[in-house]
Design a protein. Structure first.
Length: 82
């Protein structure tokens, strides 16, 4: 199954590790370090021009998504419930 992250970006649901609200980046030192490391390793992708609302972590990439974490989690729960 697939999960649409915004723009033209779609991932396999089996690749999904975590979905976070963007606010976690500002409130957690560990999260900020994680994102900084992903950026340094060129494993960070910003989807579209809109402001990021969530951070999606997959096995190989970290995405800044313009879709809210709540919406993405609902999509993921529908897929994993089937």
């Amino acid at each position: 199954m697939y999960i649409h992250l915004g723009g033209e970006r779609v991932i396999f649901s089996s690749e999904l590790i975590a979905i976070f609200d963007i606010s976690i980046e500002k409130s957690s030192k560990v999260s900020k370090q994680f994102v900084t490391h992903a950026l340094q390793e060129k494993n960070l992708v910003r989807i579209g021009e809109e402001e990021a609302k969530s951070i999606v972590v997959t096995k190989n990439m970290v995405y800044y998504s313009p879709i809210s974490s709540a919406t993405l989690k609902k999509k993921a729960n529908i897929i994993f419930a089937v």
